[in-house]
Design a binder for this molecule. Structure first.
Ligand SMILES: Cc1cc2nc3c(=O)[nH]c(=O)nc-3n(C[C@H](O)[C@H](O)[C@H](O)COP(=O)(O)OP(=O)(O)OC[C@H]3O[C@@H](n4cnc5c(N)ncnc54)[C@H](O)[C@@H]3O)c2cc1C
Length: 390
């Protein structure tokens, strides 16, 4: 058994690390200052400029096929790079990416939606969640009724990431109530903002914020159906499933940086005439954090490896997101505790991480839904305890 990274993996990770350290991290003070003033940490233009710089560095479209100008990296490599991205508090991500399900578009749709999204000229959002349907996404109510060669959409979507910035939305709506969501009754539509949907910012405990989308008699031409009529729910699950190992990959980067801050602080902060790190109470927090971080790392890498091996990644991805998301919450809580009052201030990024990582346990599958998937896989015999090593 070999737990080491290949030379290529090390080299690419090192280049990503250097880019983040030299080009992105210097913006951190500005980001924190702007956010304290309730402004976006970086503007869309600044993000695009950074992404173009990264492109010159060789990073463009981590998951994007080469025929679209991307790197088409294996999942393990993508995971390692997302961990580097997680180290910075700047809301940065590498450019050249598009929603995985946009690749299922027809040629005309690819020209209009996929390619401009990859190039960063258009911003997409993906909308399945509704006020009455989150974990129970099969319960969506937004209706799409055919009228001539158009479909008329009515209803609401909520908590939509990028919903305020997007100029088009990938929307899952009910096209045949009789068939039901799982029986082919839903369809995905590509809906431009100028077709008439409205967005409202939702204030959350995190920075930025998702949006509520309102559709009132929004007419969408039939040519804007993504995939086939009846495939909407399946496409939605494909979209959600893709990110499962990426969220905990980011969590590892956050936890690594935060834990190092706690170690450095524990070595210099003195109380009662000695560094706080000399106390067992502090040592245990550090030891537990390192142990959980290491466990999360291997769950994540194993899930990404499963993707690269062409194995069904549902079970491993669910476990790594469940464990990684909750571990980073515990780790940031301890890091904050080790910093005492300073940890609670907005001078350091710790309280920001504390708010940010809470979301990891909610979106793209709550802890409870992931447990349900993991248990169901075992109870129904879809997987064996121990997976491919069983
Ligand atoms: C910041 C943010 C960004 C988001 N981005 C997007 C996006 O881009 N696109 C999109 O479509 N959606 C998005 N979402 C929605 C997100 O996926 C949902 O919030 C999530 O699926 C949970 O749904 P809910 O909020 O309706 O909670 P509910 O489904 O109402 O669940 C409430 C609680 O009950 C638990 N629960 C529910 N059912 C069960 C059960 N059977 N057994 C045990 N416990 C259960 C849940 O785990 C949760 O703890 C986003 C959400 C947030 C907060």
């Amino acid at each position: 058994m070999d737990f080491s990274l290949s030379d290529e993996e090390r080299a690419i990770r090192e280049t990503a690390r250097t880019f983040i350290r030299k080009e992105v991290m210097p913006l951190e003070d500005d980001v924190l200052r702007r956010e304290r003033a309730h402004q976006p940490g970086i503007t869309r233009e600044e993000l695009r400029d950074l992404q173009q710089k990264a492109r010159a560095f060789g990073f463009w479209g981590l998951s994007t096929p080469e025929e679209y100008g991307g790197m088409n990296l294996p999942a393990v490599m993508q995971s390692l790079i997302w961990t580097e991205v997680g180290r910075t508090v700047v809301p940065f991500r590498f450019g050249g990416e598009a929603d995985n399900i946009l690749y299922l578009a027809n040629e005309e749709q690819k020209r209009e939606y996929l390619i401009p999204t990859i190039e960063g000229e258009r911003v997409s959002c993906f909308a399945i969640t509704e006020p009455g349907a989150g974990s129970d996404a099969a319960n969506i109510k937004m209706s799409a009724k055919q009228d001539g060669d158009d479909w008329v959409l009515n209803g609401e979507k909520t908590f939509i990431t990028n919903g305020n910035e997007a100029d088009f939305a990938i929307v899952v709506a009910v096209t045949d109530r009789e068939k039901g969501t799982r029986g082919g009754g839903t369809t995905a539509f590509l809906v431009d903002r100028d077709m008439g949907w409205k967005s409202d910012f939702i204030q959350t405990m995190g920075e930025g914020g998702p949006a509520q989308l309102t559709f009132e008699n929004v007419r969408v031409p039939s040519r804007n159906i993504l995939g086939e009529i009846g495939e909407g729910f399946g496409l939605g699950m494909q979209w959600i499933g893709r990110g499962r190992y990426i969220i905990p990959s980011v969590a590892i980067g956050i936890a690594e940086r935060a834990l190092q801050m706690a170690i450095d602080y524990a070595n210099v902060r003195e109380t009662f005439g000695k560094p706080i790190g000399a106390n067992q109470a502090i040592q245990w927090m550090i030891a537990d954090s390192e142990t959980e971080l290491e466990a999360a790392r291997w769950l994540v890498l194993r899930a990404a490896w499963s993707v690269d091996q062409g194995l069904e990644p549902r079970h491993t991805s669910s476990m790594c997101k469940l464990f990684g998301a909750s571990a980073v919450n515990r780790i940031i809580d301890r890091v904050l505790q080790i910093h005492g009052g300073m940890g609670y201030t907005r001078e350091l990024p710790i309280e920001r991480w504390y708010r940010q990582v809470r979301l990891f346990r909610i979106f793209e599958g709550t802890d409870e839904m992931l447990r349900l998937i993991i248990a169901r896989d075992l109870l129904r015999g879809y997987t064996k305890i121990g997976g491919h090593l069983a």
